[in-house]
Design a protein around this ligand. Structure first.
Ligand SMILES: Cc1cc2nc3c(=O)[nH]c(=O)nc-3n(C[C@H](O)[C@H](O)[C@H](O)COP(=O)(O)O)c2cc1C
Ligand code: SF4
Length: 419
């Protein structure tokens, strides 16, 4: 049985989320005070020592991202907290923000100090309207206590945060689409480079980090990068906040060290509910991988998942039991991406529709064996030709199910032939 290691979720259930005094009693805003007494490059060096990588899906080293923005020449820089959390089944950012918003504000303020920004935006998923009043109240209280706003904690550093309601689309979580949306345009991804770190919001250098990433930052400043790097696995340090969903006995949001075994997480939380048989897992959200029950001995960290042709992504673990039809699941996922494609580029706009047509043909008994190669070719083309991660990864579930549940496709095609 595992027990949680709570770094990001350290204050959850222990404080009144909007009370800055409660947060301070747990040591909150001490790390910001400490950062303000350091040189900005020392703060970035501490992040480097920690090895912290982004928790929004791509796993980019935080210190590197901050260094790009810190060294960019500009009179105006920004910090954005990405709280769009549009990935179905993922709830960790909502839990962090509604339970301990100051940990994220403090992480943003430390990032801002390190890179030389004085304005921050927290881009909140539109479907989380009930979180907005918590954030507004917590911000007001933090300002009143001198932890945000002008001359923070009596220093010459000023920084404030504005909450922006998201565009209500999955693609708005992509950092450049998010920036377009804050600027008042349709949430469509930009071509990269330039990356936001150099040319982001209003063309200014902008750090974009995920909620969970930022909530780690104060603890790293407080306890040191070396301490943090001792948790997890060598190239993927710290913890991960996992969302357990689907048909598992104990659903919810739980924090374990990077590199924790998937089997241990699954068993600790009671396995499949109601004594059905485990069929597999959907890992990392809808753009993630479908793996079968036999693949469950997997180290849950960014690199190990990648090496095993899987993905950690947002850390979502959806449990699938033997009542669930894999072909239904992948069709559902493709319908989601057809709905969410912004339509800017043809391979995504058209490719998702073509893939769904083939899947429907197979499950409707009209499939051909050649369809399996066609699916792989189409998905491979989309992976290289689509402009953003939505189209590049929308068919990962199809590809991984073709590898890990191939018999399902073959059976459906053979059944159709016999009929
Ligand atoms: C289609 C799409 C949706 C995304 N949605 C989110 C999201 O909801 N939250 C998030 O933090 N990152 C999301 N990302 C990743 C962001 O573009 C970006 O990499 C991330 O916010 C960087 O933060 P990090 O370095 O702290 O992980 C998404 C990417 C793509 C391609
Ligand atoms: S890949 Fe899809 S979501 Fe991304 S820019 Fe192209 S059409 Fe839009």
């Amino acid at each position: 049985m595992l027990s949680e290691t709570r770094i990001v979720l350290r204050n959850l259930g222990r404080i009144d989320p909007v009370s800055v005094q409660d947060y301070q009693k747990q040591g909150g805003y001490g790390p910001l005070r400490k950062a303000l007494s350091m040189k900005t490059e020392e703060v970035i060096a501490e992040m480097k020592r920690s090895g912290l990588r982004g928790r929004g899906g791509a796993g980019f080293p935080v210190w590197k991202k901050w260094s790009f923005t810190a060294s960019a020449q500009s009179g105006q820089k920004y910090v954005i907290c990405n709280a769009d959390e549009g990935e179905p089944g993922t709830n960790k950012d909502r839990v962090i923000l509604s339970g301990d918003p100051n940990s994220v504000f403090e992480g943003m303020a430390i990032a801002a100090y390190a890179v030389g920004a004085d304005r921050g935006f927290l881009y909140l998923r539109r479907e989380y309207p009930y979180v907005a009043p918590i954030l507004d109240q917590a911000l007001e209280n933090a300002r009143a206590e001198g932890c945000l706003g002008k001359n923070i904690l009596g220093s010459s550093f000023s920084f404030d945060i504005e909450v922006i309601s998201g565009g209500g689309a999955y693609v708005c979580g992509e950092e450049t689409a998010l920036i377009e949306s804050i600027e008042g345009r349709r949430g469509e991804p930009r071509f990269k480079p330039p990356y936001p770190g150099v040319s982001g919001l209003y063309g200014r250098p902008t750090v974009v980090n995920n909620v969970e990433t930022l909530a780690n930052v104060p603890v790293i400043l407080q306890r040191g990068g070396e301490w943090f790097s001792g948790i997890g696995v060598p190239n993927c340090t710290g913890t991960k906040v996992f969302t357990l969903c689907g048909n598992i006995t104990q659903k919810g949001v739980f924090e374990y060290p990077m590199g924790t075994n998937l089997r241990d997480i699954y068993e600790t939380h009671g396995g499949v509910k109601d004594n059905f048989d485990l069929r597999g897992f959907m890992l990392g959200g809808q753009s993630g991988n479908l793996i079968n029950a036999g693949q469950m001995d997997l180290s849950m960290d960014i690199d190990s998942c990648q090496q095993a042709e899987s993905v950690l992504g947002t850390g979502t673990i959806m449990v699938i039991d033997d009542r669930n039809d894999i072909l239904d699941i992948v069709q559902n996922i493709m319908s989601f991406f057809i709905e969410e494609s912004c339509g800017k580029c043809t391979p995504c706009r058209e490719g998702n529709i073509r893939i769904l047509e083939i899947l429907r043909r197979i499950s409707g008994g009209e499939g051909r064996m050649e369809d399996l190669t066609l699916l792989e070719d189409l998905a491979g083309m989309m992976n290289v030709a689509c402009l953003c991660g939505l189209g590049q990864n929308s068919s990962v579930a199809v590809i991984t199910s073709l590898h890990n549940f191939r018999e399902v496709y073959v059976k459906a095609i053979e059944r159709g032939r016999r009929a």
